[in-house]
Write a protein that binds this ligand. Sequence first.
Ligand SMILES: Nc1ncnc2c1ncn2[C@@H]1O[C@H](COP(=O)(O)OP(=O)(O)OP(=O)(O)O)[C@@H](O)[C@H]1O
Length: 235
Amino acid sequence: MMLLNVEGIETYIGQYHILQGVSFSVAPGEITVLFGRNGAGKTTTLRSIMGLTPISGGRITFRGEQIGTLPTYAVARKGIGYVPEDQGLFPDLTIEENLRLAMPAARNEAALERREWILELFPDLKTFWTRKSGHLSGGQKQMLAIARAYVGDNELLLIDEPSKGLAPIMVEKVMQSIEQIKKKTTVLLVEQNYFMASTIGDRYFIVDEGRVVTGGPMKQLKEDPDTRKRYLGIA
Ligand SMILES: Nc1ncnc2c1ncn2[C@@H]1O[C@H](COP(=O)(O)OP(=O)(O)OP(=O)(O)O)[C@@H](O)[C@H]1O
């Protein structure tokens, strides 16, 4: 069974019909990547899943349950963590405080183990534990944002363009971390960086002009320069 099913969703922002029937699904235990040009509708798709830009048509199901009409806090409570493009950290709070706010109220053994696991993956976060997140580097902020979504004990993480604005070495580090996180949690990733995302992704979908135009196993896209050129502008 698919973990997440997005079926023909329609989303308006003001008078603009941004998503015009977006359909795709996310299999448990995989990294699914949404590709597409600037402005294609990738961010709006993630925001629609989270209920931040409510859908006006179509269906979204998570673990077989309809979530498309739920408010954002209820979607989050179902076990979907969101790492927005701007990371959405609390800049005046420390790393420790940002993480603490995201952890389940009952800080049981499992929750603490989860935190320990992610801190081992991102040792920088431990090093700068008491530093305000507003004072971290771009890469450290990205790590904290991913860690924060992870400690929330979510079954699915939506991660929006984690490579944005990072130096190539940091992009590689973040991508490798997401590959590790896949052992624990299913991931839906939006990425412009085809080369990085295609090395870690299991499955892809391409969003173009508010629709999903194609998708399949990542292997297929790797062997299909025509599709890459047509929709992503790369050979
Ligand atoms: N608040 C808004 N008001 C009007 N149009 C918007 C708004 N937000 C997004 N759009 C439009 O919706 C379309 C899809 O935007 P979206 O951010 O989802 O694209 P994207 O594929 O994520 O691209 P990017 O990588 O640039 O974020 C774009 O044409 C954008 O201009």
